[in-house]
Design a protein around this ligand. Structure first.
Ligand code: SF4
Length: 370
């Protein structure tokens, strides 16, 4: 049975500082195969979209990087660019975004922070999958060359998978742009012209020209839409919606892509979910509302399915924050499914499919430290 560790959120003395908590996670039995002297180690972190205001502090990443290096691992930090045409679309913009957000790439990270798919976000290789949907997916070249992997996720709600956690970041966060397009290809967007106020906030995010402006109004051509969701996340009026049938397939495709990463990883992986500043929007949004649950700490496991299942349950069992969306939606009380209320979805389908793909198992043991 998989083990999930929960280091709770409060820090009441120096022995419970953020760096001490990270040290305790690195000391877990499972880490012996992941942080290995003289073996390469990729730490997958999130560089969030500019405008998103509740990103995980870079110190969480740099502390993990530093401590992994102190234990002898040849560590680096990685991520992928965005599928939509925002500031993180290519290597230049992604690096700028990381610096603006406070990542000391040259100093704190010793220049060891790089895109998994290279500067173009397209360096990688097609790797076959065993599932029902993708046939295979393009992994960034970095993940094909690295030994071990730690996926560090900033937990938020997510409009398609309910919880943006370990499975989502493993399945999406190490793909090239073509790989991400493949996973998104099941999504269909709908444009409600009556809601559009002509602000044109969406236009610069569209990479395909599916959204256009003839000078008098915005129009949408679904035939050339790649389902990147840039317009959905940037529209202030909710004029773009995702048609429901594609969402179940998307959840399964994410788990399928995650299984491809695990199959092609040379070494071992470990997963860390930070439940700090849990916002209704994921890090891909160009804005963020206030968090809807208190900081709940760090959950960690070698099993991404077990980890995300526990993460979802912990959020569900937490009280909501007054004045947040949890109050708007009347889900402040402990036990209410805040994720379902906020996103209209839960990660259930993704996790069930993850089990089918032998990615992990929701049957697990939870070990708690205060
Ligand atoms: S119209 Fe399609 S391709 Fe363009 S931003 Fe929206 S989802 Fe992306």
């Amino acid at each position: 049975m998989s083990r999930v560790y929960w280091v709770k959120g409060r820090s009441t003395n120096i022995q419970k500082s953020l760096t001490a908590k990270i040290a305790s996670i690195l000391s877990l039995e499972e880490m012996a195969d992941v942080v290995v002297p003289n073996r390469s180690l990729a730490i997958k972190a999130n560089v969030s979209e500019l405008g998103y205001g509740h990103a995980l502090p870079p110190v969480a990443v740099t502390a993990l990087f530093e401590q992994a290096r102190e234990r002898g691992a040849t560590a680096l930090v990685t991520d992928s660019g965005s599928l939509f045409k925002g500031p993180r679309f290519d290597g230049h913009g992604w690096t700028d975004s990381a610096i603006v957000q406070g990542f000391g790439i040259g100093d704190a990270l010793d220049n060891q922070m790089m895109l998994a798919g290279g500067f173009t976000n397209e360096e990688g290789r097609f790797c076959p999958s065993d599932g029902d949907h993708l046939g295979g997916v393009e992994l960034g070249s970095l993940i094909l060359d690295i030994s071990n992997l730690i996926v560090l996720s900033h937990i938020t709600a997510h409009p398609l998978v309910g919880v943006a956690g370990a499975v989502y970041n493993l399945g999406m966060g190490l793909l090239t742009r073509t790989g991400k397009s493949r996973v998104h290809s099941c999504l269909e967007l709908r444009f409600d012209e009556n809601r559009c106020d002509g602000s044109r906030a969406c236009l610069s995010y569209c990479p395909t020209g599916a959204l256009s402006d003839d000078g008098s109004r915005v129009s949408f051509d679904p035939r050339i839409c790649n389902g990147c969701l840039g317009c959905f996340m940037s529209c202030p009026k909710g004029a773009m919606s995702i048609t429901p049938p594609g969402i179940a397939e998307f959840q399964e495709s994410v788990a399928e892509a995650a299984a491809v990463v695990m199959k092609n990883l040379r070494g071992k992986a470990f997963f860390i979910n930070f439940l700090n500043s849990v916002t209704p929007q994921s890090d891909d949004y160009p804005f963020s509302d206030i968090p809807f649950v208190p900081d709940l700490g760090i959950l960690a496991s070698a099993d991404p399915v077990a980890l995300d299942w526990v993460t979802w349950q912990v959020i569900q069992r937490s009280p909501g924050i007054p004045g947040s969306i949890a109050q708007d939606l009347n889900v402040l009380h402990e036990g209410s499914d805040k994720i379902l209320a906020i996103t209209g979805n839960t990660p259930a389908r993704m996790l069930e499919y993850g089990e089918k793909m032998a990615l992990g198992n929701t049957m697990c043991e939870l070990l708690i430290s205060e």
